[in-house]
Design a protein around this ligand. Structure first.
Ligand code: ATP
Length: 235
């Protein structure tokens, strides 16, 4: 499981995360709701080993994630799908996917096998495999970004704002894909501003405001919470 305890992150004198604690159990989709600037990306960057915390701990199945070595975290089962996708637009879809398998570069047979597995989860990408990633629609590019993270064979996927900039119908397709990934055995921590779509697939969630976790609950509890409904569901 993911166990985050009293995790704090400072940027100079500014504290972006104030001793937050959370868990993700194996098999769960957990959503982190929060507005722009709440600290979701800071949390994800820290869990990926890109940002050193100033206090507290984070571990996946007992392996510390805070050593500041992103490749180590990927090797130990934690992969991030970053906000904004960050694909190589001129490279083919398949080349983008293969880049996600960098940590398994000594196992090309395993990577080929994983590629086929990923295509079964994202069947729409099969006919696009030789197309430049930049030629795909926004929704398809998001699918490529998620598929690329899976090429690292993670047990825990950190998925940052997958709905960003997508039309509502496309958002639904992306979240259906997230559910398929989860059903294939990958735990997911999802950062989202689109609470409605995210709570549709999440088992549990947290609300982050200015670097503090202000609420937590099951999907049902959060969906029916008045504060969540007015701040994040617009009802
Ligand atoms: P977004 O949805 O825009 O990504 P977020 O919830 O992910 O928002 P963060 O990007 O984690 O929020 O930012 C949290 C806070 O930390 C914000 O106030 C932001 O301005 C600040 N911050 C982020 N990165 C830095 C940095 N490198 N230096 C200083 N402050 C930063």
């Amino acid at each position: 499981m993911l166990e985050v305890r009293d995790l704090s992150v400072n940027y100079g004198h500014f504290t972006a995360l104030h001793a937050i604690s959370l868990t993700v159990n194996p098999g769960e989709i957990v959503v982190m709701l929060g507005a722009n600037g709440a600290g979701k990306s800071t949390l994800f960057r820290t869990l990926s080993g890109l940002q050193r915390p100033s206090g507290g701990s984070a571990a996946w199945n007992g392996t510390p994630l805070t050593g500041g070595k992103p490749e180590y975290n990927v090797e130990h089962g934690v992969a991030q799908c970053p906000e904004g996708r960050l694909l190589f637009p001129d490279l083919s879809v398949e080349k983008n996917l293969r880049l996600g398998a960098f940590v398994h570069r000594k196992d090309p047979a395993g990577t080929n096998k994983e590629l086929e597995r990923v295509y079964t989860l994202f069947p729409d990408l099969v006919q696009k495999r030789n197309a430049p990633a930049g030629s795909l629609s926004g929704g398809q590019q998001q699918m490529v970004a998620i598929a690329r993270s899976l090429m690292a064979r993670p047990q825990l996927l950190l998925l940052d704002e997958p709905s960003l900039g997508l039309a509502p119908m496309v958002v639904e397709q992306v979240f259906a894909a997230v559910q398929r990934v989860n059903e294939a055995g990958v735990s997911v921590l999802l950062a989202e501003q689109n609470a409605y779509a995210a709570l549709g697939v999440a088992h549990r969630g947290y609300v982050m405001e200015s670097g503090v976790l202000t609420l937590q609950g099951t999907q049902q509890e959060l969906m029916t919470d008045d504060r969540v409904r007015s701040a994040y569901l617009g009802v």
